[in-house]
Structure formats: C-alpha cells, structure tokens
Design a protein around this ligand. Structure first.
Ligand code: UD1
Ligand code: MG
Length: 515
C-alpha cells in the first residue's frame, strides 16, 4: 500500500534542528485516520467529512507536512481508497511524495494503528526518524504553533513522550490525564473515559490526542500493548504508562485555548469545528486585506484564495479551489465553486458559478449561472439571467440578457442579443457553435449547432440560424411581415356594434380572406 519514500531522514542520534523552510529534521509524522467514526452515524468515514469544505483528515496531513522534514504516514482503514483519493487530490507533487499511505485492515485501536506505520520508517535502521509526531485525524482545530511548542518542550525536557492536554469544565468522552500526587505533578498515565473510575472521570484535564514520542521508544512500546480494557483495543495512550514505568520522562503542554483540542466524534462536534475553522479563515483574509461587510455571513472554504482590496458583500460563498484576484467586488448571494477570477472583476448579486474562469475586469450578474467549463475573457459582460456551459465569451463581448450559451466559442467584441439560444443538443448528442470576432447577434437568435458565424457578420433579430453564415454577411430568417391597413379600427367598430359576436365575425372574415 505504501508509496516509495523520497525524502531522506536524519539519523536517530542527531539532535533536533530545522531546515531552511522551518521543517524539523528527523521528525516523522503519523496521522491516525482508519476509524469509521461510529458516533457520527454516517455511511461516510469520519475522515472524509468536510470541515470548511476540506476533508477532515487533510488538516492533520497538512499540519504534518508543514512541521516535519521526514515523511508523513497516514494510517487508513475505513473507506481507505476514498481517503487516499482525497489526500491525493489535495496534496500533489513533491509534497504528495512525502505522504505515505499505510493500511490498517482491522481497526484494533489507536496503538495498533500507529504500529502499522512501522515498515515505512525503516525502524532500527540508519536514517530512521529520531522522533515521531502522532496526530489524531479528528482534531482539525490544532494549530501549527502549538505543535511547534510541543516539540520544543519535548526537546528541552528530553522527554520520552510529550503530550498535549486541555482543561475542560466537562471532559467526558475524552481520555483523562492522571498526574502523580507528588509536587512535580508529572503525568503518569492516561485513562480512557470508558475505563475510568468515578474519581478519574472527575478529572478536568483531557488528552488531546497529539503526541511527540522518542524514536527509539515508540515501536518497542507499541509492541508491548495489550487490549486489556473496556473496548478490547490496543490503546496508543498506554505508551504513557509504559514510558513512566521505564523511568522515561513524560512532558505535557496544556493548551491555552482548550477549543483547539476539540476531537470530532459526533455531528455536534463537527458543527463546532466548522464554526471555529470558518472564523479562522475569515480572520486570515481580513488580516490579508480583504473587506467583508458581514464576515459572519461570508463563507470561505479552507482552500480558497482571495486577493487584497477585494470586497465581499453579505452572503457570498466561496468554495473549493476558487481563487479571486485583487480589487474585485462580489455582491450578495453569489456562490463560486472551483472558479478562477481575475483582478477588478465585478460580480453582482445572485450568481452561481462552477469550475469556470472569469478574466480581469469582466462583469457578471445579476443572476448569472456559469456551469463547468466557461471562460469569460477580459472586460466581457454576462448579465441578467444568462446561463453558460462549456463556452468561451471573448474579450469585451457581451451577453447581457436572458440567454443560453452552451458548447460555444464566441470571439472578441461580440454582441449577443437578448434571448439568444445556442441549440446545442439534438436529443442525443451535443454540437458546437462558433461565433467570430465582431459578430452582432440580434435579439431572439437561435443557433442550431453545429454552426459557424463568420467574423463581422450580422444576424437579424428573430433569426433561426441553421446554416453557416459567411464573414461580414447579414443573415435573416423570419416570416415576412404583413400590414393590413385599417384592420384594427374595423375590429374595434365591430366590437362596439355587436358586442360578443364581433370578435367571432372578424375572425371568420379574416380567415376567409386568408383562404
Ligand atoms: C482518543 C484517545 C483519547 C483522547 C481523544 C482525543 C485513544 C485510545 N484515546 O479517543 O485519550 O482524549 O482521542 O480526541 O487513543 N483510529 C485509527 N484506528 C483505530 C482506531 C482509531 O486509525 O483502530 C483513528 C481514528 O480514525 C481517529 C483517531 O484514531 O482519527 C482517534 O480515534 P477515536 O476513535 O476518535 O478515539 P477517541 O475515542 O476520540
Ligand atoms: Mg476521537
């Protein structure tokens, strides 16, 4: 299951140090992500549930990649392939090569999960990691600075195990940190909620599930674990007791902000995590120079990027891999998913855009729907009730009213008249419409694809274009107009003379005339 390791790791004895990018050399990471998450009551593995649009597991994976110089092993089990795919999609290139996927076929506990990563680290050999950062995959609020502090304390204390803890008013559900009665109050063990005595349950200090462990100690300790507890599992937390018993030092860092230690086991905790992460994201973009008129109603996924001096109005939603340029203005109730938007673009209210590209100084909305594969070139305009799909609208072109433009390539400086429709679908297949530069399409034009309109051509309003139009030609295809002199006055006169029958009589006389 594992990918080949490409990153060199330092020797066991080398002291902690960091490389140019601040990654700690000799530090490997294990992310535990194999559990189903029974308490979520979901068909989907807990690790795949999104927090701010990003699968939960990615928070730990990204954090690991940022701090550690050595590989990041991710232990997967439930829906392993989907978890692996989510990681592959998000982490590619050289960073992706540093992630090693390890499978835990049966979920026998967190200790067993970490043990599965042993083969990928070359334990006992030259170059094996000197210490491990172990992360629960369900703790998405954990911050990098906290992990770095944990590592610092681990080094200074020369500890065997260093763990992160938090003081909660009510720590129920979590493992409790049991400290020695001695003056130094050192940590002696962790007891899981289900194995705790009444007195232990009253402890307020909980185990966050983030550990730094000495490289030589970790796997020898894991080999000694026994599933002698209420859940019949191999608990990672038991390595604390083993280290203490072997005379090793246990260090602990207590979180200043206990929220950071939130473990997501239930939908309620998922909702809590979502709230916190959403605010972190808003604060990050506010600090980076983005204006939000109503931050609380502005929804920005973790993976979105926004340029400075962009203004977001209330109820804007930015999802997925969306990238917004500088000095843009996005009005209310607009949702962009996986879109790229250039600088100084204005998007008016109520636009829904997916997997599309909008170039600099273009203008969208109100009420525009861009379905996947749309490119709106520089300074182009797409307005009121226009739907586009797999279509390009050239530089400076305009489609301002009530149109459907699908499977179309539209040149520069084109006017798309109100009510234009590309008839791209014959009931079974899709065809393309090509419109050259400078074309003028009158209102209510239908283009029966496949069809090409040559550059500079004019299409008269109300035309159904069924054949290619040569460059600079006029195409007109509509029923000739007939004007009947006096018809309207005659009808009115009849209506006054014989109310009711008038319309009938007039209709009969007209139909006779036509025959
Ligand atoms: C765990 C800790 C508990 C701590 C809490 C913090 C243990 C025994 N308990 O409990 O002390 O207070 O986290 O949130 O470690 N996993 C696997 N394989 C398994 C079991 C779990 O990979 O066989 C993964 C899960 O996917 C999850 C993580 O390990 O990401 C923690 O598992 P979970 O079941 O959530 O443990 P908690 O009961 O929360
Ligand atoms: Mg948990």
């Amino acid at each position: 299951m594992s990918r080949s390791r490409t990153t060199a790791v330092t020797t066991v004895k080398k002291p902690a140090g960091s490389d140019r990018r601040g990654k700690i050399t000799g530090l490997a990471v294990v992310v535990m992500a194999a559990g189903l998450g029974k308490r979520m009551h979901s068909r989907q593995a807990k690790m795949l549930h999104p927090v701010a649009g990003q699968a939960m597991v990615l928070y730990a994976v990204e954090l690991g990649l940022r701090v550690a110089g050595a590989p990041v092993a991710v232990v997967v089990g439930h829906q392993a392939e989907q978890v692996r795919a989510a990681i592959d999609r998000a982490v590619s290139g050289p960073r992706g090569a540093r992630v090693l996927i390890v499978e835990q076929r049966k979920q026998l506990g967190t200790g067993h999960a970490v043990l599965q990563s042993r083969p990928v680290f070359g334990v006992g050999k030259r170059g094996a990691p000197s210490r491990y950062l172990i992360l629960n995959g369900d703790t998405p609020l954990l911050q990098e600075k906290t992990v770095r502090e944990l590592l610092r304390v681990h080094e200074t204390a020369r500890a065997t195990v260093t763990l992160l803890t938090a003081e909660l008013d009510d720590a129920s559900g979590y493992g409790r940190v049991v400290r020695a009665p001695s003056a130094d109050r050192s940590v002696v063990r962790i007891v899981e909620d289900r194995d705790a005595t009444e007195a232990e349950r009253a402890i307020h200090e909980m185990n966050v599930g983030t550990y730094v462990v000495d490289g030589e100690f970790l796997f020898s300790a894991l080999a000694k674990l026994a599933p002698s507890n209420a859940q019949g599992e191999y608990y990672l937390t038991d390595i604390v007791r083993l280290a203490a018993r072997a005379g090793g030092r246990i260090a602990a860092v207590v979180l200043d902000d206990p929220d950071e230690g939130l473990g997501v086991n239930t939908r309620r905790q998922l909702a809590e995590a979502e709230q916190v992460v959403r605010w972190q994201i808003r604060d990050r973009w506010l600090d980076a120079g983005v204006t939000m008129l109503d931050p609380a109603s502005t929804w920005i996924d973790a993976t979105v990027r926004i340029g400075k001096d962009t203004v977001l109005y209330p109820n804007v939603t930015l999802e997925g891999t969306t990238v917004i340029g500088e000095e843009c203005r996005l009005r209310s109730h607009t949702r962009l998913t996986d879109c790229t938007v250039g600088n100084r673009v204005e998007i008016l209210d109520h636009c829904v855009c997916t997997d599309s590209q909008v170039e600099a100084e273009a203008r969208l909305g109100p009420f525009v729907h861009l379905r996947p594969g749309v490119v709106v070139r520089k300074k182009a305009k797409v307005g009121n009730f226009v739907e586009m799909k797999n279509a390009e609208l050239g530089e400076g072109s305009q489609a301002n009213h009530l149109s459907y433009l699908g499977d179309a390539k539209i040149g520069n400086g084109v006017n798309i008249g109100a009510g234009t429709i590309t008839c791209n679908y014959d009931g079974s297949r899709k065809f393309q419409t090509v419109i050259g530069d400078g074309v003028f399409l009158g209102s209510d034009t239908q283009l029966i694809a496949p069809v090409t309109v040559g550059e500079g051509a004019v299409i008269a309003a109300g035309t159904t274009v069924t054949e290619d139009v040569p460059a600079h030609a006029l195409a007109i295809a509509r029923v000739m107009q007939v004007n009947r002199a006096g018809w309207a006055s005659r009808r009115r006169a009849l209506a006054t003379a014989v109310p009711g029958k008038a319309a009938k009589k007039l209709a009969t006389s007209q139909s006779k005339k036509r025959r």
